[in-house]
Ligand binder design. Structure first.
Ligand SMILES: [Cu+2]
Length: 407
């Protein structure tokens, strides 16, 4: 049979239909992703993107899902007072000692909580696993057709991870019975020393030490912040995290780099991730709405997620390598505190702020998280865009190390 114009048109229409979200086929409007109690109850087996790793990480059967969901409004519900998250590499002396004691005590308790407690480290792992492996199905749609949810490689990444770390921090506070406790950040993006004299804003206040070494506080194998299955490279003193690693490099082939090798590469990677972009999707990732299939597009990630974030996970390896297990390693949290710090830095970098999505299908996305009292809280993206509303800020660090980078 010859290939007529009609055949060609039919072929084009079929191709187009295959890429049209199901909600449009049904005549419905696109809508924001909303996680509800039903989403938790219909949770199913997941699959880690671009792997054959299947997951079983739905809420444990002994977690009661017949409970009220309470809206979380940061300005109303934040813990009183303002806390400052500090850079790990600048802690020293008594401050370091006190912080180490508190952090290890908190993870001692978190690891010992029963499996059915949503604040336990096991459940903290499972919640990231479920949100990150397509275990949650979009309301009234089918997992078999990939209408599941992923908070990676799309515009859900930054807000979801901010809120994961936020509630994780509130749980640590509660376990310590210390509402002033603030989770510190791992400033892995900074590979240079800064001084008061080089024009850094703040006139010397803040932390200007390079932060691209694995933080000692998470590397003591006799404490609860340690995780033995990380890549062996994390145990070598004075080698640097490598933010130049891109997809496709097998774990074992990632070279060990010393400060002088990787500093310019890291600074360029940071500069490019933070300075590039002319539309919201460049920094935040592609839109992901109700009725969009989860098709594992790594390329859908925004610049901060794609590199340095994904590179960081590849470098650390071990449990952090896959969404199914990443949050079982406590090192996840100071690294992600840094990622969301960088989002905040980006917001303050001038015109880029205009590029934040204004689409209600992003602003009205709803996530559910268990808080420090095991209460399920509903949070909308539009409410968590200001960290001062959430009640914290970050110590000033030497972002000029990559901001001023010239190739
Ligand atoms: Cu993640």
């Amino acid at each position: 049979m010859g290939f007529t114009l009609k055949n060609l048109l039919q072929h084009i229409i079929l191709l187009q239909l295959a890429t049209v979200p199901v909600c449009m086929l049904l005549g419905a409007q696109a809508a924001p992703i909303r996680i509800t109690l039903d989403t938790l109850k219909t949770c199913t087996q997941g699959l880690v993107a671009q792997t054959n790793i299947t997951t079983s990480c739905c809420p444990a059967p002994d977690i009661n899902l017949d409970v009220p969901v309470v809206d979380f409004i940061p300005k109303r519900d934040r813990i009183n007072g303002h806390r400052v998250r500090k850079a790990l590499q600048c802690l020293s002396g008594e401050e370091l000692e006190t912080y180490t004691q508190k952090l290890t005590k908190a993870y001692d308790i978190m690891r010992a909580l029963p499996a059915g407690d949503p604040r336990s480290l096991l459940q903290q792992q499972r919640i990231h696993c479920a949100y990150g492996s397509g275990a949650f199905i979009q309301d009234d749609l089918s997992a078999a057709d990939n209408y599941t949810i992923d908070v990676h490689s799309n515009w859900l990444f930054l807000p979801w991870h901010r809120m994961f770390v936020y509630f994780h921090e509130r749980i640590l506070q509660k376990l310590l019975d210390d509402p002033t406790f603030a989770l510190h950040f791992w400033n892995f993006d900074n590979s240079l020393d800064g001084t008061k004299s080089n024009g850094v804003e703040g006139k010397g206040e803040g932390c200007f030490k390079p932060g691209h070494f694995f933080p000692d506080i998470y590397n003591n194998n006799s404490t609860s912040t340690f995780e033995p299955v990380r890549s062996p490279r994390t145990l070598i003193p004075n080698i640097t995290v490598d933010l130049t690693i891109v997809a496709g490099v097998p774990q074992a082939n990632i070279p060990v780099r010393f400060a002088n090798d990787s500093a310019p590469g890291n600074r360029k990677a940071m500069h490019d991730a933070m300075q590039s972009g002319t539309i919201p999707r460049d920094f935040f990732g592609v839109p992901f709405k109700y009725g969009d299939a989860r098709l594992f597009p790594l390329a859908g990630a925004g610049s901060l997620e794609f590199q340095p974030h994904n590179s960081w996970h590849r470098w650390i390896g071990g449990l952090t390598r896959f969404p199914s297990t990443a949050t079982a390693d406590p090192i996840f949290n100071p690294a992600h505190a840094n990622i969301e710090r960088l989002w905040d830095v980006w917001m303050k970098m001038g015109d880029n702020r205009k590029l934040q999505p204004t689409d209600p299908d992003w602003l009205d996305v709803e996530f559910l998280f268990w808080d420090e009292n095991q209460v399920l809280r509903r949070i909308k993206i539009r409410d968590i865009l200001s960290i001062s509303d959430l009640g914290y800020s970050f110590e000033k660090v030497y972002d000029e190390s990559w901001m001023d980078f010239v190739a």
